[in-house]
Design a protein around this ligand. Structure first.
Ligand code: GLV
Ligand code: MN
Ligand code: MN
Length: 454
């Protein structure tokens, strides 16, 4: 018994000193419930055009508006100060003490591609709100304000261009480009945004209003599910992203003469659908041809007209998604696909129209954000690894205006853009805590930092 006394005394002294070692400035006992965040994600998933577990939620549709209302409610419940910009980005602010320049921002998207799941993007919004709520509940007062953002239309589903909200904030979206992107009913973004209560008099005025002032964002960090298999396969709990791959999108339209599927004899046909089928195979061959696993290309959408069984396809519109961490290699593959489209069109006697819908540069994550996220993972005692994001995110465009990084959590089987997308409540909780601690480090603690310690 006596032998243990010094041990107990020393252990007690060490425990008392603990708040002053390493974790002195940052709250370490954050109140985050993974199961509550998942409950909120599943509630958000109910705002869907299709029955759950599948989720379809397209920008400025009634379900997107319900999701927006829910996000705003959660922001208000978390005590955040709300604002919205001209393109419909929604912001919730945990105010800073004003002693340092610029906001630290986080966030992601809540729109969902057709037949998606409940976690893509939504984690970074609902989890971002939970992170700010936990920091505030822990008594953490930041120097810089910390803001969580629900970005408008990260997915390209409605206007055939990704990351509209973050492109607008970064000032890299031209009014001409945006005004030309019509949805399938011929509606442009400004009209849809105005109907949703956003917008300005013109597309240019709307974009000017949404653009952030230089220097107003001091850093950005996005929490997201990995959407790939590496973390789960390696038993790693957190991914610290070092770079985001460069996406491009290509639209190809083949037009033939169509005709009756019984009466039009085979030698007379110029079948636009068959040109599209050949192009899809050429896309696969071009991506495989680099020999690099980082090159990926997909002909994910083919629309035929008149799309009926007893007519030869007259029109075929193909949308191609192409990505690589190496931008010049991606551009070489893009050129190869365009050449293949020309060769197919000439040989099959169909007319051809092509449009490079976007060709974005890759992003390198900022050392200071990577370091903050790494320190947060270590403070939590979580296994972590550096990795590249092969998916694009709003972070790709925020990186153009502020030092940027991302935190990934594993998702089951690495699956995403599927109804069975899933991340465990434990990983959700860990991801939100890691985000909170990263934000706290980037924002700095106001006044006496010791007061922030739990
Ligand atoms: C985002 O949804 C992507 O396609 O990378
Ligand atoms: Mn997505
Ligand atoms: Mn996403």
């Amino acid at each position: 018994m006596r032998l243990h006394e010094p041990f107990i005394r020393w252990t007690g002294a060490l425990l008392l000193l603990c708040p002053y070692i390493g974790a002195f400035q940052y709250p370490s006992k954050l109140d985050v419930s993974g199961s509550l965040v998942v409950e909120q994600l599943l509630k958000l998933a109910t705002f869907s055009d299709v029955p759950n577990p599948a989720v379809t939620r397209i920008v400025f549709t009634p379900n997107d508006m319900k999701a927006r209302a829910y996000v705003k409610d959660l922001m208000q419940l978390a005590g955040l100060t709300l604002r919205e910009d001209a393109v419909g980005n929604i912001f919730g602010l945990l105010a800073g003490d004003g002693s340092a320049e610029g906001l630290v921002q986080t966030g992601s998207h809540t729109d969902a591609i057709p037949l998606a799941g409940a976690y893509d993007g939504t984690l970074g919004v609902i989890g971002g709100i939970a992170a700010l709520r936990a920091l505030s509940a822990a008594g953490f007062r930041p120097r810089r304000g910390i803001e969580v953002i629900m970005f408008t239309s990260e997915e390209p589903t409605r206007f055939s261009l990704s990351c509209l909200g973050s492109r607008a904030m970064a000032g890299v979206l031209s009014a001409e480009t945006l005004a030309r992107r019509l949805d399938e009913n011929g509606t442009d973004f400004l009209t849809a945004a105005t109907a949703a209560g956003y917008g300005r008099g013109s597309t240019q005025a709307m974009l000017d209003a949404a653009r952030v002032k230089p220097g107003s964002v001091s850093s950005f960090v996005e929490l997201h599910i990995e959407q790939g298999p590496e973390l789960e396969a390696n038993g790693t709990s957190l991914g610290i992203v070092t770079a985001i791959a460069a996406p491009a999108a290509l639209r190809v339209r083949f037009s033939g003469d169509g005709g009756h599927a019984g009466a039009q004899l085979m030698p007379r046909r110029n079948d636009a659908g068959l040109a599209a089928a050949e192009l899809a195979l050429a896309v696969e061959a071009a991506a495989l041809g680099t020999g690099a696993p980082d090159t990926v290309a997909t002909a994910g959408r083919v629309d035929l007209a008149p799309n009926t069984v007893n007519s030869v396809p007259r029109e075929a519109a193909v949308e191609i998604d192409l990505r690589d961490v190496d931008e010049s290699r991606r551009d070489a593959v893009l050129a190869q696909i365009l050449a293949a489209a020309e060769e197919i069109a000439a040989r099959r006697r169909v007319r051809l129209q092509t449009e490079v819908a976007n060709r974005d540069a890759p992003a390198t994550c900022a050392a200071e954000v990577v370091a903050a996220a790494t320190a947060a993972a270590e403070q939590l005692g979580a296994s972590h690894a550096r990795l590249v994001s092969r998916a694009y995110h709003d972070a790709l465009f925020m990186a153009q205006i502020a030092p940027t990084g991302m935190i990934f959590i594993p998702c089951r089987g690495g699956w995403s853009h599927r109804p069975d997308e899933f991340a465990s409540p434990a990983h959700v909780e860990l991801g939100v805590k890691a985000l909170a601690l990263t934000l706290a480090r980037l924002a700095g603690a106001a006044g006496n930092p010791g007061k922030a310690e739990l």
